[in-house]
Write a protein that binds this ligand. Structure first.
Ligand SMILES: [Zn+2]
Length: 304
């Protein structure tokens, strides 16, 4: 009944042979190890800035591990009949988990900061400086490790950007350490902790909004659905466009389905529709051409 699939699978960002795994493995080891050291040190010396930065590091560890798993599964796992989308959505779930984690860390740090007001906090400045310098070294090292692969893989690029952002946290801890050591003003630790916590909130919100958009099957922001509908209606013999759905499977993979009503469907309708969809960035589309009776069925019998 006029069903057709456009099977123009364009090579994804990770296409093109075997990815190098070892940079991601080393990155997970370095960042994971540093997270443990920073958290334990933060608890031992009672530094909220270290704990806040460690909380932020934890989300990097999650992002790196997920990126590594994505690479291990050969982008997103074997496609099967029952799992026809592989594990593409896994990175969307990870994004939600990471956003919740980041917001949890922010709330915890802000609560702790308020609790510590008036307690004349004292932190060993030198310890903060040493831990921050190690953190900077780890971040810069991992950035160099991932830089080459970040250009080709979304998973690696996400991890790379996380690590880049984390270097800023290390600089904050470094400043808190220098202030505490030179002036003895222990509140620098709390001020930096609050700044790190507040700094991750917009990122967490953006991450959550992007992921929830995808989970809600909303059209990606870069696709103008109204213009797409108008362009499809322009195709010769097409007199109706209905059941148009545009959504994102996962970052960088947009999908569409549409029914085109055409009383005299000719051989050009389908290729023309696929060309219009491709022009709007939708390479993976399923198009159905409805003859007159099919249109009536869609209109009168299907309610969604
Ligand atoms: Zn239809």
């Amino acid at each position: 009944m006029g069903h057709s699939h456009s099977h123009s699978h364009t090579p994804g960002p990770t296409a093109g042979g075997q990815r190098r795994l070892w940079p991601m493995v080393v990155a997970v080891g370095l960042i994971g190890g540093y997270f443990v050291v920073e958290l334990v040190t933060g608890i031992l010396v009672n530094s909220l800035a270290l704990i806040a930065d460690a909380g932020h590091m934890l989300t990097d560890v999650v992002a790196l591990v997920m990126g590594l798993i994505a690479l291990l599964l050969g982008r997103h796992g074997r496609i099967t009949d029952t799992r026809s989308f592989g594990w593409h959505r896994a990175e969307v779930f990870t994004a939600v988990a990471n956003a919740v984690l980041l917001m949890g860390v922010a709330v915890f740090v802000l609560y702790e900061a308020v609790e510590r007001i008036g307690n004349d906090p004292q932190v060993p400045g030198l310890t903060l400086i040493v831990v921050a310098l190690v953190g900077l070294a780890v971040n810069i090292g991992v950035m160099f490790l991932l830089r080459a692969d970040a250009k080709e893989s979304i998973a690696v690029r996400g991890a790379y950007l996380e690590v880049l952002a984390d270097a800023v946290g290390s600089v904050g801890v470094l400043i808190a350490g220098i202030v505490a050591m030179t002036t003895g003003w222990g509140y620098a630790d709390i001020v930096v902790a609050v700044l790190i916590a507040l700094w991750v909130v917009p990122r967490a919100v953006r991450l959550a909004v992007d992921a929830l958009r995808i989970l809600n099957q909303q059209a990606p922001a870069h696709v103008d659905v109204e213009a797409l509908r108008a362009d499809l209606a322009e195709i010769p013999t097409v007199d109706d466009v209905h059941d148009l759905h545009v959504w994102t499977l996962t970052t960088g993979m947009d999908v569409a389905t549409v029914h085109l009503g055409s009383a005299q469907p000719n051989a050009e309708v389908l290729p023309a529709a696929q060309a219009v969809l491709a022009r709007h960035g939708l390479e993976h589309a399923t198009v159905q051409v409805d003859p007159d009776d099919g249109q009536r069925r869609c209109r009168d019998e299907l309610t969604w």
